[in-house]
Write a protein that binds this ligand. Structure first.
Ligand code: PMP
Length: 336
């Protein structure tokens, strides 16, 4: 056993996450399915990488100066990543979110020391939407930058420069396919680009939830959403700057029920407590593995992203009343 290398800075704890072989998904696919444990980042999600790269990029461009402020409109993992990175580097973090978000999320961001600004939920075209509010606030605040995770490609660069080379190295260069879902698209585009730079033959697949427009875009060239999903952090309706030029070879669409089934099995059978986007990613990886096996490939190895910890969803995914209110199956151990 090799212990992880000691690090001289807490920021160096971001990335270099473990990769684990997933037993149930591998059996279901008839090939090896590997999960990149992004819940092992300090902020317990894949978004720590984007947060660090966005802040470092703003510093390198001279926009973010000592004592400055990072402002972002986000309700979730990106805000948590930004808050931690800002603490470590002496910046202030201001997070703008709609006031209908879970108390858990607001409590978490406040606990980390971020300044929270809440606005009423409204449609994207409304200038008071939380994203536009965050952009405006950044423009009006002395010494502040707007993180702009959707269209700031420092986000996908984090995956080109860290996630992809880590997976390539951890799999000894023997990887046939990679898949994950898109929120900003930074993870799928950046990891896809980075892996293709090592081996053009690696199949990159988008795994889309319902309620998002990307499946139809990559399958039929039309941005069109169908159905809906309760998965947080994924589901995109446009080609963000991060998604622009993403090397997507194929695509799958996965229901919440299917994703939830893998969340249940990975917890009950393998002891991993994950969020729904991870379950959807694993379902997509099983589809991709089956497809590559059906095409006659031997010894197929597929990787995907385990995006965040399930501990973030105790009052939703892991709560009986919440699951019932959404018409979703309740995990058997929560039923009584
Ligand atoms: N899963 C979760 C839980 C997330 O918070 C995010 C980030 N929005 C994603 C997946 C998708 O990552 P990306 O923004 O890189 O597409």
């Amino acid at each position: 056993m090799t212990a992880p290398a000691p690090q001289r800075s807490t920021l160096d704890l971001i990335g270099n996450t473990p990769l684990v072989l997933l037993k149930g998904p591998s059996e279901a696919a008839g090939c090896e399915i590997w999960g990149k444990c992004e819940f092992a980042n300090p902020g317990a999600s894949v978004k720590d990488r984007a947060a660090l790269w966005i802040v470092r990029d703003a510093e390198a461009r001279g926009e973010l100066k000592p004592g400055g402020t990072v402002i972002e409109g986000t309700a979730g993992n990106t805000g948590i990543g930004i808050a931690l990175v800002c603490n470590a580097l002496g910046y202030k973090a201001v997070i703008v979110m709609p006031d209908n978000q879970s108390k858990e999320k607001m409590d978490t961001l406040r606990a980390l020391g971020a300044q929270l600004v809440t606005v009423p939920p409204t449609k994207f075209s409304d200038p008071n939407h939380f994203v536009h509010t965050s952009r405006r606030l950044a423009a009006e605040t002395e010494g502040a930058i707007w993180a702009n995770q959707f269209d700031n490609i420092a986000n996908r660069k984090s995956h080109i420069e860290s996630t992809a080379p880590e997976i390539w190295q951890q799999m000894d260069g023997r990887i046939d396919g990679f898949t994950c879902a898109a929120g900003t698209g930074g993870t799928i585009a950046g990891t896809g680009m980075g892996l293709k730079a090592f081996d053009e033959g690696i199949t990159i697949a988008l795994t889309d939830p319902y309620g998002a427009a990307l499946y139809n875009y990559y399958a039929h060239g039309e941005l069109k959403a169908e159905g809906n999903s309760v998965a947080e952090g994924i589901g995109q309706g446009r080609i963000t700057a991060n998604l622009d030029g993403a090397p997507i070879d194929t695509q799958f669409r996965i229901s919440d029920e299917k994703g939830l089934e893998w969340v249940r099995r990975l917890l009950a059978e393998e002891g991993l407590c994950l969020g729904l986007s991870s379950g959807i990613n694993v379902a997509g990886a099983v589809e991709l593995g089956r497809k590559l096996v059906a095409e006659g490939k031997r010894d197929v190895r597929v990787a995907t992203i385990l995006c965040d910890t399930g501990f973030r969803y105790l009052s939703s995914l892991y709560n009986r009343e919440w699951l019932e209110s959404k018409g979703l199956p309740v995990f058997p151990w929560l039923a009584s």
